[in-house]
Design a binder for this molecule. Structure first.
Ligand SMILES: C[S@@+](CC[C@H](N)C(=O)[O-])C[C@H]1O[C@@H](n2cnc3c(N)ncnc32)[C@H](O)[C@@H]1O
Length: 441
């Protein structure tokens, strides 16, 4: 079993290839059955690729989508292994029933309430929703699971009431029997409500909307695995699980369908531990880039050029992003056919309206007409540069590029993460669905 690997795939495709009973711990934080906008990361649509399958048919479709994945997860777990499924209130009742079906109700171990603080406004008719649920299931019998019970410090108030013997050990005396009871010096056993908040301004935050706190993953990994064990996160997002597992000397495997997620995780692992993951199936050829969904493609190109995304959601007169330093506009075209004169004309109009004198069009290839049109536009004072995807890909090979291969950087410097997009800049649901169908860009 290869570990230290990030797979850029639909996890089902990968899971079916993993050997049975090979993994010690699985933590999964799947896309919630909720407002799909929430899932859009850096404007990358990969998170919602299966939108139509999962959402259009309602919650049963969502569960139908999850079920074969979780069944595979159970198969790959060792008999001593544990699965933690993280979910919000939208579908947790359905997910619990699904887990009972797959694991058997007897394998249910805990319903953990992860309670956090938020700074959002007060809802009018409901209580403030400040928790998620994490279901914990065992592959085998509860007595066989790998487990180190999490503990927390004894409360000061309680400690004060208790006494110490000559060796400094703390005890209390039972009211009825008068017997001494020594307390565990490692702390009090934790219950199933965990209070952990990832502060809005925490340094840990990478900008991933669904990012989970490292302290949460640390508790799970500490409780349900030992050093050297294999930890799998099949929906690993910006890589909280793999980053914590790496620090805690576990072997790990991450899967995420989004190329942006893989880039972020590679960088996170490098910045944190100088760890260079093996990356599998991230698009790294022209043909793979041609297969990307339009928004993913656009995202890839703008990131590769170290650019910033257009603050307008889409259709900003053909301007998709801006050159990082000069703020010159960039248009990205994924079209299979060479880009022709009309695209250059339209882009010139957009530049005129936006009062830009320099701009870039990125495409796989350009017609001779397009090149001639660029020469003509130059006469009118518009400097349009035609960039081939091949050239962009060369950029990504340069150290320091946001999409450069992970690994030793000059002087071991900290590498930048792709720029984050604000909610207002993200594509709308309709645009994503159109993009899913290949109708955009
Ligand atoms: C809720 S986020 C996970 C966040 C993660 N726990 C963290 O701390 O960053 C869900 C992730 O699942 C990924 N995803 C969605 N569908 C997927 C699939 N079929 N296979 C693998 N990953 C998928 C998305 O790209 C997204 O990054």
């Amino acid at each position: 079993m290869d570990t230290g690997v990030l797979y850029c795939n639909d996890n089902l495709e990968r899971l079916v290839e993993f050997p049975s009973e090979s993994v010690d711990l699985i933590y999964l934080d799947p896309p919630f059955f909720t407002n799909r906008h929430y899932e859009v990361i850096w404007g990358d649509e990969a998170e919602v690729r299966s939108f139509e399958d999962r959402w259009e048919g309602g919650v049963q479709h969502y569960i139908g989508w999850m079920k074969p994945r979780v069944a595979e997860m159970r198969r790959v777990l060792k008999p001593t292994g544990t699965l933690y499924l993280h979910c919000d209130p939208h579908a947790n009742h359905h997910l619990r029933v699904m887990l009972d079906d797959i694991f058997g109700p007897k394998r249910f171990l805990n319903e953990i309430v992860w309670h956090y603080q938020t700074s959002g406004g007060a809802p009018k008719k409901t209580l403030i929703r400040n928790h998620d649920t994490i279901f914990r299931y065992a592959k085998g019998k509860a007595r066989d699971v790998t487990w180190t019970a999490p503990r927390e410090p004894w409360p000061e108030k309680t400690l004060k009431k208790w006494q110490r013997d000559e060796e400094g050990r703390i005890y209390h005396i039972h009211n009825d029997t008068g017997k001494r009871y020594y307390i565990n010096p490692d702390g009090k056993l934790m219950d199933d409500v965990w209070d952990i908040t990832l502060a809005a301004r925490s340094k840990e935050r990478l900008g991933w909307p669904t990012q989970k706190p490292e302290a949460l993953l640390q508790r799970i990994i500490e409780a349900s695995s030992n050093e050297g064990d294999i930890v799998l996160d099949p929906f690993c997002g910006c890589g909280t699980t793999v980053a914590v597992a790496e620090r805690m000397k576990r072997r790990w495997i991450g899967i995420d369908i989004s190329p942006t997620a893989i880039t972020v995780m590679g960088r996170r692992l490098w910045n944190q531990s100088r760890c260079v993951p093996t990356v599998v199936d991230v698009p790294d050829s022209e043909s793979a880039l041609r297969r990307l969904k339009p928004f993913e493609f656009q995202n890839y190109i703008i990131n590769a050029l170290n650019g910033t995304h257009s603050p307008k959601k889409s259709g900003d007169m053909g301007i998709d992003g801006f050159w990082f330093f000069t703020k010159d506009p960039i248009q990205v075209k994924q079209s299979e056919h060479p880009v022709g004169r009309n695209v250059v004309d339209n882009f010139e109009t957009a530049m005129r309206r936006g009062k830009y004198d320099t701009g870039y069009i990125v495409a796989f290839s350009f017609t001779k007409d397009a090149v001639e049109e660029v020469a003509r536009a130059k006469g009118d004072g518009f400097h349009i540069k035609l960039i081939r995807v091949k050239e962009v890909m060369l950029q990504t090979k340069r150290p320091g590029n946001p999409l450069a291969k992970f690994g030793p950087q000059p002087e071991g410097e900290v590498v930048p993460l792709p720029p984050m997009r604000k909610t207002t800049e993200m594509p709308s649901a309709m645009e994503l669905i159109e993009s899913d169908r290949g109708e955009t860009a």
